[in-house]
Write a protein that binds this ligand. Structure first.
Ligand code: ADP
Ligand code: MG
Length: 303
């Protein structure tokens, strides 16, 4: 394309809310064959709500209070959902607990903290397995049921002490909703021959449910933050064409950088935007399809 056509193309894109870094990014965008999408916050609203809570072997109000005490130290969206549910629960608020200390986030797993003299973990099934804990079979069955229904599932775990082994104390389910334009964006991309792939740290059930809702055939679940870039590399190795990655989180920055072209949602973090050739001014998945359309139109003009 001529410099004038490129300037016109990036100008049209900017008016739509799509910032294209340079001529190279615009040229790559028109040749995209596969887009790997982050799930949470990119295709879903990213504001989970607590939809299930089951105490195991302890009083429910105490289990919720313990979980909230741990989560108060975390800035994860799941932590905010849990703290909101605690604040709205009178019985849990009546439980007297000292605030947590030694709070530590563990990537791809959850958060740990000391509450009332014991260490607690709030995190996913991977962490549970790593700690060598087997939940009672009826609770494991419920966890399975909640995941299959598309929920994110986490556990409250009491760490081992000199006198007691580690044990599960609560099973927790969170629900998120798909963004209104997500299905339409995936369909528009498919109509142009662009394949969408879902990449998430969440469980298989939640990933499968969002993929089915959006008409996405390929998903990768339980991907650790450091492995998202590896999934993108694999897609590049088996794709005959340009591979893009769209995401919003700090977690996504290495994958955005690993892709031929990164697409960052401006609602996300600065780190993600720095790693991207395309920045979307609104967290609207329709803008991903707009970006592809505008770049293709720019190049078709001069062919
Ligand atoms: P993603 O944001 O892509 O879902 P994360 O690596 O942040 O991935 O989290 C992976 C999983 O670990 C979550 O789906 C959840 O089950 C669990 N998890 C992480 N942080 C927390 C937390 N603060 N509270 C509860 N569960 C958590
Ligand atoms: Mg995200």
């Amino acid at each position: 394309a001529t410099p004038a056509a490129i300037m016109a193309g990036t100008g049209v894109a900017a008016r739509h809310g799509v910032l294209i870094k340079d001529a190279e990014a615009l040229e790559l965008a028109q040749r995209v064959a596969v887009i790997a999408f982050d799930k949470t916050g990119t295709l879903t609203v990213g504001k989970p709500r607590l939809v299930g809570f089951e105490a195991i072997g302890i009083d429910e109000a105490r289990a919720l209070a313990l979980t909230a005490a741990v989560e108060r130290g975390s800035d994860h969206p799941l932590a905010q959902a849990l703290v909101a549910a605690f604040d709205a629960n009178e019985a849990a608020r009546r439980v007297a607990l000292p605030s947590a200390s030694q709070v530590r986030a563990v990537a791809g797993r959850g958060v740990e903290a000391n509450v009332d003299g014991r260490t607690y973990f709030v995190g996913n099934a991977r962490w549970l397995a790593e700690l060598g804990i087997e939940p009672p079979s009826e609770v494991a069955a419920r966890a399975n049921q909640w995941e299959t229904a598309g929920n994110t599932v986490s556990w409250l775990i009491a760490a081992a002490t000199p006198s007691e082994p580690a044990a599960v104390r609560a099973l927790i389910a969170f629900g998120d909703t798909v963004k209104p334009n997500a299905r339409d964006a995936v369909e528009r991309l498919a109509a142009r021959g662009v394949k969408s792939v879902l990449v998430t740290g969440d469980n298989h059930g939640a990933a499968a449910s969002v993929a089915a809702t959006l008409g996405i055939d390929e998903y990768h679940a339980q991907v650790l933050p450091e492995d998202k870039a590896r999934v993108v590399q694999e897609l590049k190795a088996r794709t005959n064409g340009v591979v893009a990655m769209a995401g919003d989180g700090i977690n996504d920055a290495p994958a955005l950088a690993a892709a031929d072209i990164g697409i960052a949602l401006a609602s996300g973090t600065d780190v993600a935007m720095h790693a991207a050739g395309v920045t979307l001014m609104r967290g609207d998945p329709a803008l991903v399809a707009d970006a592809i359309d505008i770049s293709r139109r720019t190049y078709r003009k001069i062919q």
